[in-house]
Design a protein. Structure first.
Length: 202
């Protein structure tokens, strides 16, 4: 039995309606902000209220897998292609996929819950969960980028540019020295500092 298939015996568990659930709209908001992990956490909460402990555990696991899959996808796709994709497209894609599975698994029972007077959580709560989940999601994405060859090349380029600028700045001090230092001091500076710095930059 797949994790999104729920037993019809849950009708009994849904009585009385003394608990709150997250709806698909809550999942859309949380997932857009925090990635698939947020959807997994909301789905887990609903499963726990339904008494489906095993499915609740799987929901979080699938959320983590979804989050890691996105990170891997971002590593595989060349940076040049990713830069051409509007920034909203990827969040919309994983939000649509995650909410599709949540609706397939839970929508009928959520509808029964709300139609019989059951309450749902506020959107502020789901947004908070999404923002919390965005922290590990963002750390993974940034960490994966900086560990990738392109990320390492970018860092190396930045460090090289900083070193180049420092060398040039130190070498060009000779122009100020001509105003206040003797010819011997200027010649010594050019030999010991200026020329070596220019050679390192070439």
């Amino acid at each position: 039995m797949y994790f999104w298939q729920m037993s019809e015996t849950l009708d009994e568990i849904l009585e009385p309606k003394t608990f709150k659930l997250y709806t698909a709209n809550h999942a859309r908001l949380a997932t857009f902000l925090g990635g698939p992990l947020a959807a997994g956490i909301l789905a887990r909460h609903n499963y726990m209220k339904f008494g489906e402990t095993e499915k609740a555990k799987k929901a979080v696991i699938y959320g983590v897998i979804g989050m890691l899959a996105i990170v891997v996808l971002l590593l595989v796709i060349p940076t040049g292609i990713i830069e051409k994709i509007p920034s909203i497209v990827i969040p919309l894609m994983y939000t649509l996929v995650a909410v599709y599975f949540m609706e397939k698994a839970q929508q009928s029972f959520i509808t029964k819950h709300t139609d019989s007077g059951g309450e749902v959580y506020s959107y502020g709560r789901s947004a908070g969960i999404g923002l919390l989940c965005s922290i590990p999601f963002t750390i993974l994405v940034l960490g994966a980028f900086f560990l990738s060859p392109e990320g390492s090349s970018s860092l190396a380029y930045d460090r090289g540019l900083e070193e180049f600028s420092a060398n040039e700045e130190e070498a060009f001090l000779i122009y100020d020295m001509f105003e206040v230092n003797s010819d011997e001091e200027c010649a010594s500076f050019i030999k010991e500092t200026g020329l070596p710095n220019w050679q390192r930059n070439n």
